[in-house]
Write a protein that binds this ligand. Structure first.
Ligand SMILES: [Zn+2]
Ligand SMILES: [Zn+2]
Length: 381
């Protein structure tokens, strides 16, 4: 009888997984993970850039903004505060539309046919902007290649990727506000190398450009408050911002806002939290004709290093520019708000304010001599 056999005598004739097989499966899984990491590493190695070293690092170490082996904000700022996105402050997940459902409207302007003597601004979505003033052409933070790595996890919205590096004409000054991936794109700057005369960036960011083959004499790295002459009418300043940096982390390079101080003063915030620096900047330059302001990818927990909607309005009250274009929205979802919230917030907040808010679609030419009113295009999507 079966019941006569003791449990210790029972030996199954078949075990689906023996120990040796489990070990082999685990080993195969580990090898697969290792292979995946090696492939990712090879693909990203160049894109990671390089940390500043040698003479560049020695210069950085002289900066008053560099302490204990990293650049620092003044006052010290946290990437995350304990306030986090509480349910009161952040929209509930079922009420937000983090990405648009339909393609966003955009205009394909023939950039290579633009006349240099036309003073203009063209926004390409997120933080990429082309500026022409006084015959000089500037390109800010171009991220125009939607392939790896940004699109690995973060793809541009449909309709927002109609410009590629091939569309970009000769650039006099490529301005990079900081080395985060959504501002400094390896593939874009590599593709533009032969069309860029000079790069202007914060201290240390030039190391990436040198590593990627840009001639060192074309790279101008500035500390906050430093400037380079552009022509007899214009100087380009790197100015304070409240943010952080690093392709991975660690604040090894300097983040900055920029002022094209020329026939018009054109201010570009880069990524920044609200801070005293806005007071200092308006005290130095007296008036701002055109302000390009960070607006989007915010979260109450990040308010020391990104502008929240109320911080943006406070900053504009201080800077009192004639015209305002906001950016850092409408291309990538990097935060939890609805994709159109930044635009709607500033549109509502600007109604009784002295500045003129411009809300062009991607690729639309803003004529700096006579900026036209623009429509709340995001409401149609
Ligand atoms: Zn950033
Ligand atoms: Zn950013």
């Amino acid at each position: 009888m079966k019941g006569d056999r003791g449990a210790d005598q029972y030996k199954p004739s078949f075990r689906p997984y023996d120990d040796a097989m489990i070990k082999k499966l685990l080993l195969a899984l580990l090898l697969l993970i290792a292979l995946f990491l090696i492939i990712i590493g090879i693909l990203m190695w160049k894109e990671l850039g390089q940390s500043p070293k040698g003479e560049r690092l020695a210069r950085i170490q002289q900066s008053p903004n560099y302490k204990n082996g990293a650049f620092q904000n003044d006052p010290p700022s946290k990437m995350f505060t304990s306030g986090d996105a509480s349910p009161k402050e952040a929209p509930k997940p079922d009420h937000i539309e983090r990405a648009p459902v339909k393609p966003l409207p955009a205009i394909k302007t023939a950039l290579k046919d633009l006349h240099r003597d036309q003073d203009l601004v063209i926004w390409f979505g997120h933080s990429s902007v082309l500026i022409q003033q006084d015959g000089i052409r500037y390109l800010i933070d171009p991220v125009l290649d939607s392939r790896f790595p940004l699109s690995l996890a973060i793809s541009p919205y449909k309709g927002t990727d109609i410009y590629t590096p091939d569309d970009i004409p000769e650039i006099d000054y490529l301005i990079i506000t900081h080395d985060h991936w959504d501002h400094l794109d390896y593939k874009t700057v590599l593709a533009l190398k032969d069309r860029v005369k000079s790069v202007v960036c914060g201290l240390g960011v030039g190391q990436h450009f040198e590593y990627w083959g840009y001639p060192s004499e074309s790279i101008h790295e500035l500390d906050w408050g430093e400037s380079i002459p552009i022509n007899k009418n214009t100087k380009l300043y790197a100015l304070e911002a409240r943010h952080f940096s690093g392709r991975l982390s660690g604040n090894p390079t300097l983040w900055a806002s920029f002022m094209i101080a020329g026939p018009r003063n054109i201010y570009i915030t880069g990524d920044t939290g609200f801070g005293d620096h806005f007071q200092k900047i308006i005290a130095q330059f007296k008036s701002i004709d055109f302000a390009i302001m960070e607006n989007g990818q915010y979260n109450p927990s990040w308010n020391q290093v990104h502008l929240m909607p109320d911080g943006l309005v406070k900053a504009l009250d201080i800077l009192h520019p004639k015209y305002v274009l906001t950016y850092h929205h409408a291309k990538f979802t990097l935060s939890r708000h609805s994709w159109y919230d930044p635009l709607e917030n500033i549109y509502q907040s600007s109604k009784d304010k002295p500045w003129n808010l411009l809300t062009p679609v991607i690729g639309e030419v803003i004529d700096l001599d006579a900026p036209k009113n623009t429509e709340p295009w995001w409401r149609l999507n």
